[in-house]
Design a protein around this ligand. Structure first.
Ligand code: NIG
Ligand code: FE
Length: 422
């Protein structure tokens, strides 16, 4: 990794500067396609922020006055860094055994019932030291940066007991101190039922509410609270209690909703004015309408559908046409979506869900910033916003999903500093 010496950077002559500048508010419907592209564009940064954006010729004089370090972006697209609003970054080892078992014919839920799945990851976390969890996550963060992600949400969830969940959030706290990317911590305590609570899910929910949530809030270890509200996980009623307890302590709700089964979780998200409802494979038309009328960001995770070999994907077109705020994320996790690469997610969104490249770019930047309640600062390239941007080795942004499976990112800039360069 290279650090920039100058306080001011001048990215010049980009074939397309994709600004995403637009009216305030999350993007819905046709607005998802408006990328605010400046041909032969330039962007001037100062410190952590964006000073000016415009045609290269219009910015040259000011860049010279500031003695900005010039970065030639000819033949490249410059755009906001990806905001990955749904990851399970911290886990131990992999679940490559589950992967092979699935290829041999078992389903995700069968594997989970037989002791694989989330419980296997929890077992490994229990045995792992903070240092080893930290090292593995740091390695992944380098890869996130190299693929153009500048901000990511990070969930706990492989602890399955108070002490282990606190350990995972402690790892996230330590990562936040050292990482050059921005990490947004989420408590996902209700992820799977710990084996020792078998047959007593309500007792587990009680300990989460009584012990874990207050401890996390007191130590300021998380900003959001999430639950896996699904068949084989937790019911709407149980999740309602967890979200209520979390909100009372200042944690903002978000939900894993309607992934394996239609449960009513997306309506619960609307009820709580949650920041997001994620997955949404099994939405009913009433759910879809309710989400579209709300400010809950409908976050689609096509990496999980692809990796699980599913034929069906969430109803992205219907959501967009109904006016929902749609975002895209990796769902990076060892069980259902082990990819750090948002560019692949764009390809899947386009090819499998018929999202257009422009809609996918908005969903992976500005709308994802809304999902993390950071759109005032992140997700578009506008004066005054944070200088989080990527230089992509393509001359047309549509080539990012089109040439799929390779890394187009040649430089990642976070808060005005180069954090990855290849
Ligand atoms: O988002 N759905 C629940 N959680 C993860 C999967 C976790 C795992 O299998 O380890 C998801 O898909
Ligand atoms: Fe997830």
């Amino acid at each position: 990794m290279r650090h920039s010496a100058s306080n001011s950077l001048f990215f010049r002559n980009a074939s397309q500067l994709v600004t995403l500048a637009g009216p305030p508010g999350p993007r819905r419907g046709k607005a998802l396609s408006e990328l605010g592209i400046i041909p032969q564009g330039a962007i001037l940064t100062q410190g952590a922020h964006i000073l000016e954006v415009g045609p290269t010729r219009a910015l040259e004089a000011k860049a010279r006055r500031l003695k900005a370090e010039a970065i030639d972006c000819r033949g490249s697209v410059v755009m906001p860094g990806f905001v990955d609003s749904h990851t399970h970054l911290v886990f131990a080892g992999s679940r490559v055994g589950d992967y092979e078992a699935r290829l041999r014919g078992k389903t995700y839920e069968e594997i989970a019932r037989e002791g694989g799945g989330i419980k296997l990851s929890a077992e490994r976390v229990r045995q792992a030291s903070v240092d080893s969890l930290l090292r593995q996550a740091q390695g992944f963060l380098e890869q996130f940066a190299a693929h153009g992600t500048t901000t990511l949400e990070v969930k706990s969830g492989y602890g399955l007991e108070a002490a282990q969940e606190l350990k995972l959030l402690e790892v996230v706290r330590r990562l936040r101190r050292t990482a050059r990317l921005e990490l947004v911590p989420t408590l996902l305590a209700a992820h799977a039922l710990p084996p020792e609570y078998s047959g007593r899910p309500d007792d587990y929910i009680e300990t989460v509410i009584r012990d874990l949530i207050p401890a996390v809030a007191r130590k300021k270890l998380a900003e959001f609270i999430d639950c896996f509200c699904d068949r084989g996980a937790f019911s709407v009623d149980q999740c309602r209690r967890v979200l209520a307890a979390g909100s009372e302590q200042g944690l903002i709700p978000r939900l894993h909703a309607e992934q394996l089964n239609r449960t009513g979780a997306s309506l619960l998200a609307v009820e709580f004015k949650a920041a997001s409802a994620d997955h949404l494979d099994k939405l009913s038309s009433a759910d879809l309408r309710a989400l579209a009328r709300s400010d809950v960001v409908a976050t689609l995770l096509p990496g999980a559908n692809f990796f699980l070999g599913l034929k069906n994907y969430p109803p992205a077109r219907k959501l967009i046409e109904a006016g929902a705020v749609v975002a895209l994320a990796t769902d990076f996790n060892p069980g259902t979506s082990p990819t750090v690469n948002m560019q692949i997610i764009l390809s899947l969104a386009c090819s499998a869900m018929r999202i257009t490249p422009a809609e996918a770019v908005s969903a992976a930047t500005i709308n994802a910033a809304w999902a993390l309640r950071r759109a005032d600062r992140l997700g578009s390239l506008e004066p005054g916003k944070q200088a989080d941007l990527i230089v992509m080795d393509v001359s047309d942004y549509r080539e990012i999903p089109y040439y799929f499976g390779v890394n187009h990112c040649r430089m990642t800039v976070k808060a005005g500093a180069v954090v990855s360069c290849q």
